[in-house]
Design a protein. Structure first.
Length: 184
């Protein structure tokens, strides 16, 4: 019995293990450095705490994998799912979750999945993390006090690290390789 249970658990987990190995490794220039992800997440969490909003903050990479997940004491359990879907929306639509929601126009009371994708969501609170013109990740915030607070807290976290994203890119560039000039 014990062996068959172990075999069943291994069989169930194998597709997930294969998926994780199949995801491409992100080059350092297209990834949020962990130290900055932690700082942005903590800043967003603290900004919402100051507003009296116990939130969950998630920072994901371009593969949609969580780099950082922080949840305040008292955060709602549903905030994890909203965070995930907000981040998914930013990754798949290339715009903030608020901008995606606005692009949909007026919605019925119970909208069906957008574009046939049940993971897309129209609520504000997730912003792309950019290094120059390139998206390198997403910061997503979800809490009980509403979309405007969620987005303001995400913006606080993003603003905290924005200037250092370019510095981090320079530190990751191979020695002797100059930065490409940006558009003029």
């Amino acid at each position: 019995m014990r062996r068959s249970l172990l075999a069943a658990l291994m069989a169930i987990s194998m597709p997930w293990a294969a998926r994780a190995e199949a995801l491409p490794q992100l080059p350092p220039l297209k990834s949020v450095p962990l130290v900055l992800a932690i700082e942005a997440g903590r800043t967003a969490l603290d900004a919402c705490a100051a507003r009296g909003s116990p939130v969950t903050v998630e920072i994901v990479d371009l593969n949609g994998l969580a780099k950082v997940v922080l949840s305040a004491d008292g955060a709602r359990t549903s905030s994890f799912e909203y965070d995930r879907r907000k981040a998914y929306t930013v990754l798949h639509k290339g715009m903030s979750s608020r901008d995606f929601g606005r692009s949909l126009g007026r919605l019925p009371a119970h909208p069906s999945p957008f574009e046939g994708d049940p993971n897309l969501i129209q609520y504000a609170g997730a912003l792309p993390i950019m290094r120059g013109p390139v998206m390198i990740g997403v910061i997503s915030v979800s809490g009980p006090t509403g979309e405007d607070d969620d987005e303001a807290c995400a913006r606080a976290g993003l603003d905290r690290i924005a200037a250092r994203l370019a510095t981090a890119a320079a530190a990751l560039r191979p020695a002797g390789v100059a930065a490409r000039p940006g558009p003029t």
